[in-house]
Design a protein around this ligand. Structure first.
Ligand code: ADP
Ligand code: MG
Length: 196
């Protein structure tokens, strides 16, 4: 079994923060990368892609591809942005020609991609955007714009970049529960965390 899974957790408290985090991850992007975006409607999947595209130098506005299924943008790497929300048959997904998209040297980001994992290569970064659970903030600072972002690196492509991933999300890294350094309700560490 060669598959390794690494999980990292971040928090943002504004859409721009999520975009900036995504842009920091885009710096690590390599040809053929697959990013699976998961999370409820309105959680910020499209916002993440917008920030990721910005990080890759895409200047064209990135919009939700819900009705077009797939859109391409030119940046440092070609960005293939897919949304499989409407697809209820895996056969329809097959028609998207995912294999070719992954092979053409660009980066593929799939909103609701967790619904089609059986037909995806077992080598991807899952980005799961979540609303923090009610009562999670202890100090009462949680708001509508807070998101918990769980990164799950599955397989070798992202697994070997886990240290870079850790550094990229450090400004938004979630403080471990019961961290001695923090007061209850403290925001996650800003500004890079511990030196390395
Ligand atoms: P999805 O693609 O998951 O359905 P969108 O990215 O289209 O979600 O929408 C996310 C919405 O949530 C936007 O209106 C955005 O402004 C808002 N928002 C508020 N706070 C955040 C945050 N921290 N991260 C991402 N989006 C946020
Ligand atoms: Mg969307």
């Amino acid at each position: 079994m060669t598959t390794r899974a690494v999980t990292l957790v971040a928090r943002t408290s504004a859409v721009e923060e999520t975009k900036t985090l995504a842009g920091a991850l885009a710096v690590l992007a390599e040809p053929g990368d697959l990013i699976v975006l998961a999370g409820d409607l309105g959680a910020g999947k499209t916002a993440f892609v917008q920030g990721f595209g910005r990080g890759l130098g895409v200047t064209e506005p990135i919009t939700s591809p819900t009705f077009t299924l797939a859109q391409q943008y030119e940046g440092r790497l070609l960005v293939h942005h897919l949304d499989v929300y409407r697809l209820d048959q895996l056969g329809e997904v097959a028609e998207l020609g995912l294999g070719e998209l992954l092979d053409d040297g660009g980066v593929v980001l799939i909103e609701w991609g967790d619904a089609i994992l059986p037909i995806l290569p077992n080598d991807y970064l899952e980005v799961r955007l979540m609303y923090p659970p009610v009562g999670d903030d202890e100090g009462g600072s949680s708001g509508d714009d807070d998101r918990r972002i769980v990164l799950h690196a599955v397989g070798p492509a992202w697994g070997r970049r886990q240290v870079s991933l850790l550094h990229a999300i450090a400004p938004w890294a979630e403080a471990p529960k019961g961290s001695p350094a923090g007061q209850p309700g403290d925001r996650p560490v800003e500004g890079g965390g511990a030196p390395c």
